[in-house]
Each structure stands twice: as structure tokens, then as C-alpha cells.
Design a protein around this ligand. Structure first.
Ligand code: OTU
Length: 596
């Protein structure tokens, strides 16, 4: 560790002095933090230290085209952690090397936002297993070549976390972990410029708590209390909590809601410079103590705000960041049968620092948030709101569409908040009445996967999409969930479909795509990407290096693209000369030359 300290400690000290240097006892606080880091490093198991060394020697290990992610809720995928372990052979069959299990730490009793209200960072949720089960799972996954990714919900804790309970009981130090205001004066001032994540189920950003004698900042549900990162104790507690989990063998941390970590009056309190300094300080800590660990930013923010989460070669931040704009743009393109906004997103996606990448995906447990696309949807003088609101309506099944989804947190047909639904339901598989309709829906699904797999990113599949699982409407019968349509896309794993997956067209086609991706180094996350602007509006043409071409038809009409020279279709081996013609919603991956 001493060598790494020499490199990263000055960076860490500078960042923390910038954030907390004005506090009385700053030096003593920093001394204690450094001592904790030392202790956590000593406690790090030998096997993980070996992994650290290996990865420090090859920091771009996660950029390979052989990396593939899979994301699931523990209870839905395996019932509990042991059940997840039993599914490792299935993950290996698909070539998965990274497993993101949605929150599995002890969650708030009662409603807890699918586990996103954490009441202990040191214990597994009893309904899902024990800490020993977690240790066993990380060991088994590591042996199978799969890195476990865990959510690290660092913006807020549950209102029954020990800190919240102590604060309610009058403990001043615990109270200082939160943002508490005696009356509405400050909340009202902040509210003037704050947005709302859950305007229907959790309006406003503050909750009145009698036991706290005032208003507590809570960006999300009222039982999720934002932490006060202006207090150095919060930073230190969270940093060591992350490292304790890392020492259990968690290799990737999904840093939830990173955009919200720092509040500033007169702004929307998102993407503030201090939020980035906090993340850079966490990165320095990881680089010192556990350099095999990756940090992944979950910041669902406009494209122009995204690159900062990956830092620069000089100021390192997260290793991975969700490209939510690309994801939303794929869905917008399908609904509009035009790639214009998606091309804007790609133009606005800069080259990244070394050993950093995007996370690409088709669906996840959250909504498709349309607001991140405002700038791209406005390009060329368009009315962004009208465009995005139309997409939101489209995915509810309106506008003559094939989709079967739901609007998120809005009943206003002219609003563009978000859309929910399983991918299969959104692409039309659920409403398809003929083989032809089913075939088209299938192509739309593979098209979106094709984009995520060929873009140059770490692609993550969402549980059930590989089996074309459809919406789960059972949430409507649960009063506590009925208002949160994100539950549409949180079904139980369908064992029936899984058993018959070899007859499943979706599963088989996706496996061929995954296999083709693994074969082509041009599809590695860090291989060069060029947007080819000579493709027709309905088509996206992406070159990867000089020898690989991905053509994707987002329209319901056939589209052609002129080719220079001879190309081979990577999926069916056909040789193309002169032009490629794509059926509605079809995709082609082409390799230059004629395969021998
Ligand atoms: C994240 O989400 C999680 O993914 C959600 O499942 C949680 O509800 C939420 O945090 C609170 O922990 O703000 O920056 O629009 O995309 O809530 C990311 C809905 C977030 C989610 C949004 C999101």
C-alpha cells in the first residue's frame, strides 16, 4: 500500500482539504481517517489483495469485449443469495462476467423503495440471507470469473438507520449527519430551484418529522433521508462502510444517485462541483486501499453533465457511468423511427479518459427518464417537450403504438417524465397478434440490444430481457406500490421460459449476438467509434475501428447503406458487396473483407 499511498495520498489530502479544511479539528479528523484506511487495508483478505495487484497492473481489464453484465433483484432471480449462487452456471452460459444485484443490504422495515432505503451497510437483509451467505457468494462468483456489483446508496439512508434513530432520540452528532431545518424558511428557499424525482408519490424534497423538530431533506421517498456531505463525519463513515463491503469481496460499487450529493441554494442541487470532489476523494481511497475495486456512477442527468463523472486522466473519478442518454435515445428513436436525437447524443459523447467507460443498457429497474434528452431533442429547432411527451405517450400504447407500458410519475399527457415497462412489452411482443408482428417486435428488441452491445461500453442485460419476459402487473394490487409503475419491470424470474430457453427465439438470437461480440476486438469498450453521417435518417451507422460496421434500422421501412468494398455479415456469414439493405428494424454487424 505504501507505494500507492505515495501516489494518491497527496490527491486525497488536497481534495479533502478543499471540502473540509475549514472545519475545526480537520487535521485530527484526517489523521483518524488515514488510520482507518490503514486498518481496512490490513484486514483485506489475501485473495482480494492479489486481485488488487493483478488489476492495478492492468487497469483497463474491464474494457474488453468479453465483459458482459447482468442485473437482477436477488429475490426475483434466486429467492435469496444462495438461490443466486445456484444460478451461476446460467450466468456462465451467457458469458456474464459482472453481476449487479440490486440492493441486498438490510433495508427499512416496511416500504423501502425496493431496498433503496438502507438501514445498515454492514448487514445483509435477513430476508435475503446472512453475511456468511454474501461471503460465500462473492467467493463463488469470483471463482466463476464474475465480479459482484452492489449498490452503494450513499446519498441517503432509511429513517430507521441507526443514525436516523439516534438523531430522532436527540443525539446531536447523529442529527448533524442529516440536513434538518427548524421551519420552512430554508426548505422554501431551496425548493424554488429544486426539481422533483417522484412528483406524484413523494412531492417536495423535505419531510416534516416531529421527533426531529423540523424538516428533513429527503430528495426521494420521505423515508429516505439525504446525508449531509458538508459534514466530514458523513464522508468518513461512508468511505469506511464502502471499504468494509469491498473487503467482503464486492468488486464494483454502483454509487446510487451521485448527482445529488451536494446541495446549493439557487441551483437544482445536482452535479455540483463538490459532488465530484467527493467522488474523486472516494476514488483516491479506493486506489489506495483496494485498487481492484471499480466505482460506477449512477447519475441520470443530461448528456453534457455525464462525462464529469468519469473524471479526466489528471483527476480520476468513477470507472464507469451509466449512459442513460444513449439508452433513452434508443427508445426515442424507435418511437420516432428516426435516429436524429440519438446522433446528437453520440456527437455529445466525448472520448473518455483511460480505463474508464460507459455502461450501456436497454432496460433497468427504473424508468426510462426522458428529461435527460432535452438538449438533443431540441436540436434543429424542435420542441423538445412535445417530442419527449409524444414518446412517453407512445410507450403507454397511445399514438397507435405497439407498446404496452406506463407513464412514470405523471398523468399529464403533455408531460415527459419517464416511461416504464419490460423491454419485451415496450417493443410490442405483448400486443403482437401475428407471426409477422412478433417477428418485428423481436427485431426491435435485438436492435436495442445490438446498440448496447456495439456502442463501445460495458453492456448490462436486465434480468428477464434475455427470455423476453413481459410486464408484471401484480404491483397494482399492492397499495404501497400501485402508484410507482417501476414495479411493472420487476417480475419474478420465469423458470418456465428459462427451462425452454433453447427453443426461445429471443434467447437464441441474443446468444448469437453475444458470441459475435466476444469474437470482435473492435467491439471492446475502448476501441474507436465513428458515427457515419451518410446513413439515412431512420438508420444508425457506427464504425468501430476501420474494419467493423454496425448498421441499425430504427424505422419500419427497409433502409439501404452504400458500402465501400466487400464486407462479411458477422452473424450469418453472408458476403456483401456494394450495399447493405436492412429490413424494418433489422440490424447488421459487418466485418471488412470476405472471411476466409
Ligand atoms: C436511483 O434512481 C435508483 O436507481 C432508484 O431505484 C431509487 O428509487 C432512487 O435512486 C433512490 O435511491 O435519481 O440519479 O427517476 O431514475 O430515482 C438517479 C427514477 C436517480 C430513478 C431515480 C434514480
Amino acid at each position: 500500500m505504501s507505494q500507492r499511498l505515495a501516489v494518491h495520498e497527496p490527491v486525497l489530502r488536497r481534495l479533502l482539504a478543499g471540502l473540509y479544511g475549514e472545519h475545526a479539528h480537520f487535521d485530527a479528523w484526517l489523521g483518524e481517517l488515514m488510520a482507518s484506511l490503514e486498518a481496512l487495508h490490513s484486514a483485506r483478505p489475501a485473495e482480494l489483495r492479489a486481485l488488487d495487484e493483478q488489476r492495478a497492473a492492468q487497469p483497463d481489464w474491464f474494457l474488453s469485449q468479453r465483459m458482459l453484465g447482468y442485473c437482477a433483484y436477488v429475490q426475483n432471480f434466486g429467492g435469496d443469495l444462495n438461490g443466486v449462487a445456484a444460478r451461476i452456471p446460467y450466468l456462465q452460459e451467457m458469458g456474464v462476467s459482472y453481476l449487479h444485484l440490486l440492493p441486498f443490504l438490510r433495508a427499512r422495515a416496511g416500504e423501502n423503495d425496493g431496498g433503496f432505503a438502507v438501514s445498515s451497510f454492514d448487514d445483509v437483509e435477513p430476508a435475503l440471507g446472512t453475511n456468511a451467505d454474501l461471503d460465500a457468494l462473492t467467493t463463488q462468483l469470483r471463482a466463476a470469473g464474475i465480479s459482484l456489483c452492489s449498490d452503494f446508496i450513499l446519498n441517503h439512508v432509511a429513517d430507521d438507520h441507526a443514525w436516523a434513530l439516534a438523531a430522532k432520540a436527540g443525539d446531536a452528532a447523529a442529527r448533524a449527519m442529516f440536513l434538518v431545518y427548524p421551519d420552512r424558511e430554508m426548505p422554501d428557499r431551496y425548493e424554488r430551484t429544486l426539481g422533483q424525482v417522484f412528483p406524484q408519490v413523494a412531492p417536495g424534497n423535505f419531510v416534516q418529522v416531529d421527533a426531529m423538530g423540523g424538516w428533513v431533506w429527503s430528495t426521494f421517498y420521505p423515508y429516505q433521508w439525504d446525508l449531509n456531505y458538508a459534514n466530514p463525519a458523513v464522508f468518513a463513515e461512508m468511505a469506511v462502510a464502502l471499504l468494509r463491503l469491498a473487503n467482503r469481496g464486492i468488486e464494483v460499487f454502483r454509487l446510487d444517485s451521485t448527482a445529488f450529493l451536494w446541495k446549493r441554494e439557487g441551483t437544482n442541487s445536482m452535479n455540483q462541483p463538490e459532488a465530484h470532489q467527493i467522488l474523486q476523494a472516494l476514488r483516491a481511497i479506493v486506489d489506495i486501499v483496494a485498487p481492484g475495486v471499480l466505482l460506477k456512477a449512477e447519475a441520470i442527468v443530461p448528456t453534457c453533465e455525464l462525462p464529469a463523472y468519469l473524471g479526466s486522466d489528471e483527476a480520476r473519478e468513477c470507472h464507469i457511468a451509466y449512459h442513460s442518454s444513449l439508452m433513452a435515445a434508443g427508445w426515442l428513436a424507435l418511437s420516432e423511427q428516426s435516429t436524429s436525437a440519438m446522433r446528437e447524443v453520440i456527437r455529445n459523447t466525448p472520448a473518455l479518459p483511460q480505463a474508464a467507460t460507459w455502461l450501456s443498457y436497454v432496460r433497468c429497474h427504473d424508468d426510462i427518464g426522458w428529461n435527460v434528452l432535452r438538449a438533443e431533442a431540441a436540436a434543429g429547432g424542435h420542441d423538445a417537450n412535445a417530442r419527449l411527451a409524444r414518446a412517453a405517450r407512445f410507450y403507454t400504447g397511445a399514438e397507435d403504438s405497439y407498446a404496452a407500458g406506463a407513464s412514470f410519475q405523471s398523468s399529464d399527457p403533455n408531460a415527459a417524465h419517464g416511461s416504464n415497462g419490460m423491454a419485451a412489452s415496450l417493443v410490442g411482443l405483448q400486443t403482437a397478434r401475428s407471426d409477422e408482428e412478433r417477428e418485428q417486435a423481436m427485431r426491435r428488441m435485438l436492435l436495442l440490444h445490438g446498440l448496447a452491445l456495439s456502442f463501445g461500453a460495458l453492456p448490462v442485460l436486465y434480468m428477464g430481457d434475455e427470455l423476453a419476459m413481459e410486464n408484471d402487473y401484480s404491483y397494482l394490487h399492492r397499495p404501497q406500490h400501485a402508484m410507482d409503475s417501476r414495479w411493472l419491470q420487476r417480475p419474478r424470474f420465469d423458470d418456465e421460459r428459462w427451462q425452454h430457453r433453447s427453443e426461445g427465439c429471443m434467447y437464441q438470437s441474443l446468444q448469437s449476438l453475444l458470441a459475435a461480440r466476444r469474437r470482435h476486438e473492435a467491439l471492446a469498450a475502448n476501441a474507436p467509434r465513428t458515427l457515419l453521417d451518410d446513413a439515412p435518417d431512420g438508420m444508425l451507422a457506427l464504425a468501430r475501428g476501420e474494419r467493423f460496421l454496425a448498421l441499425m434500422n430504427f424505422s419500419g421501412q427497409p433502409q439501404s447503406y452504400a458500402l465501400q468494398g466487400r464486407w462479411t455479415d458477422c452473424l450469418d456469414g453472408r458476403i456483401l458487396d456494394g450495399a447493405a439493405t436492412l429490413a424494418p428494424y433489422a440490424m447488421q454487424w459487418l466485418e471488412r473483407g470476405a472471411a476466409a
